[in-house]
Design a protein around this ligand. Structure first.
Ligand code: IPM
Ligand code: MN
Length: 353
């Protein structure tokens, strides 16, 4: 009997549903070719469920997710839901409760994809950002004092534990080793101002780097990272950083690789269940038009297979994406400008599997 992977499928809202459909199509095709099976179990988490029932994320569901091999998420969000409710109540809660302490974001410019950077090509833009995913400014620590008075105080604390920082940095060093590209790890922080948080990161980084003498390690302040991402993206191989800096620099990095239509991310618990998603949101304005780019979701599916140990199948998807792009049939990475539909992009990539 061939191997079976059980995947929790969370299409979510808006165009999330449309891109996940194409992702599933490609995953099923590649599974057949590589002789393994995938069983998808669908969950209707998202704005639609919340608006109908008031329920955000039932506790029992988190326990159920732990039994899966991985989770595959579309996008969550709707203009009728106040910002913060679903982000905190679903996305961050899943990351925290499932211990998905790494947010892995590959940044790769594919052939025939337009980058806003002048004179840069695929050989210049090929890096991976390792973002810490359960600490920093994202824990929700803090609060208000005298809220809604002229004397109001708002405190939002950045939590950095030596344990949390070390496991993230160690993951990044191991990642550099197995990636075997430029053999280089950059720590991104702000040591010139955040003299406690970034200091802890830098000391942990320096200590762990001694265990990896074969890896070149360096430090760059986050503002300079933004500058170099635009000016000299070829300088980066793997970057490791905290939660908020990682959130910001990965959006910048997504743009230089062609935008949200191609950028994928993985919320990884190396010892547990991980969740993979396209970086873009639910794009209400494009919902139901079959014009959103499914490549990011398809790339997230490839990442999922890679983490599950199906490296060959993941590579098959990557190669199929490259062939589909080289065919010239997809005119742009932007929603509404692809020249062919969401479904047709999925079909084309499945065809090249
Ligand atoms: C991301 C998103 C999330 C984040 C939001 C939606 C909570 O921007 O995955 O990067 O800030 O982490
Ligand atoms: Mn983000």
């Amino acid at each position: 009997m061939s191997k079976l992977y059980k995947i929790a499928l969370l299409p979510g809202d808006g165009t999330g549903v449309e891109v996940i459909r194409e992702g599933v199509k490609v995953l099923e095709t590649v599974a057949k070719k590589n002789d393994f099976r995938i069983e998808f179990v669908k969950y209707d988490l998202g704005a639609a469920r919340y608006l109908k029932t008031g329920e955000i994320l039932p506790e029992s569901m988190i326990e159920e997710f732990k039994k899966f091999d991985a989770m595959y998420l579309g996008a969550i969000g709707h203009p009728d839901v106040k910002p913060g409710i679903l982000e905190k109540g679903i996305l961050l809660k899943l990351r925290f409760e499932l211990g998905q302490y790494i947010n892995l974001r590959p940044v790769k410019l594919y052939p025939n994809v337009e980058t806003p950077l002048k004179d840069k090509n695929p050989s210049d833009i090929d890096m991976v950002i390792v973002r810490e995913n359960t600490e920093g400014l994202y824990t929700g620590a803090g609060g208000f004092l005298r809220k809604n008075t002229p004397y109001e105080v708002a405190i939002q604390e950045s939590i950095n534990t030596r344990f949390g920082v070390e496991r993230c940095i160690r993951y990044a060093f191991e990642f550099v080793k197995q990636r075997a590209k430029d053999n280089k790890l950059t720590l991104c922080g702000k040591t010139n101002v955040l003299t406690y948080a970034s200091d802890l990161w830098q000391r942990a980084f320096n200590d762990i780097s001694k265990e990896y003498p074969q890896i070149k390690s360096n430090y760059v302040n986050v503002d300079a990272v933004c500058m170099w991402l635009v000016k000299n993206p070829e300088w980066f191989d793997v970057v490791v950083t905290d939660n908020l800096f990682g959130d910001i620099i990965t959006d910048l990095a997504a743009m230089i690789q062609g935008g949200m239509g191609v950028a994928a991310g993985g919320n990884i618990n190396p010892e547990g269940v991980s969740m993979f998603e396209p970086m873009g949101g639910s794009a209400p304005k494009y919902t139901g038009q079959n014009v959103i780019n499914p490549i990011a979701a398809i790339n997230a599916g490839a990442m999922m297979l890679d983490v599950l140990g199906e490296a060959k199948a993941a590579k098959d998807i990557d190669n199929a994406v490259i062939k589909a792009l080289e065919s010239g049939k997809i005119k742009s990475m932007s929603a509404g400008k692809m020249g062919i539909s969401t479904t047709e992009v999925g079909d084309l990539i499945a065809f090249y599997i």
